[in-house]
Design a protein around this ligand. Sequence first.
Ligand code: SF4
Ligand code: SF4
Length: 222
Amino acid sequence: MIIGERKPIKEILAMIKDCNRIIIAGCGTCVAVCLAGGEKQVKVIAGALKLARKLEGKELEVIEITVERQCEKEFIEEIKPFISDSDAIVSLACGIGAQTLTENYPEIITYPGLNTTFIGAPAEHGIWKETCRSCGDCLLGITGGLCPISRCSKSLLNGPCGGSKNEKCEVNQEIDCVWQLIYKRLKELNKLDQIREIQKPRERRTKDNGIPRKIIREDAML
Ligand code: SF4
Ligand code: SF4
């Protein structure tokens, strides 16, 4: 899922400085799980913005709304009735959600309330970790299901680098050396031969040719 973090209230206040009535639009999926943009967070931010405005001696009217997924236009229909009377939307979704609002409601400005940080998963209560770089050429099938692109500090395709100590990464002692984990996992599975084969540099054209990537599935088109 997409992991995001709330922008500082000061930064949001600066973006909405000329607005009297705003919509705070939450997203009930990824960013709700990482406690950045769900219904509860919409309420918290609405309260904080209103209070900050009050302290400046001004009022701020806020419409709070959380849709199931802000990146799909069917779900953002719920926001439409409030647009004509509002000055701006503050999106508490990832950048995809914020841009979906911009594309579908060009008559109003959408400001990002979150910083989109990475693709990851909850590791423990209150901790989320990056586990995928969306490189476009997944090699989990060779590495026992553990991603060296996102989890090795050097993104090595042929590891380990030889610098790890006590199974920790030489670059950052707080993280496990993923190549140690890959070795152990493949040993357990009796598949060590998979990492004896040297991996050539990956095909990164899909990522590095400078244009946004796109997938077309003709069988799914109407
Ligand atoms: S808008 Fe972003 S955070 Fe919300 S469901 Fe879509 S991808 Fe996830
Ligand atoms: S110690 Fe392990 S995780 Fe760290 S850079 Fe070397 S191979 Fe990668």
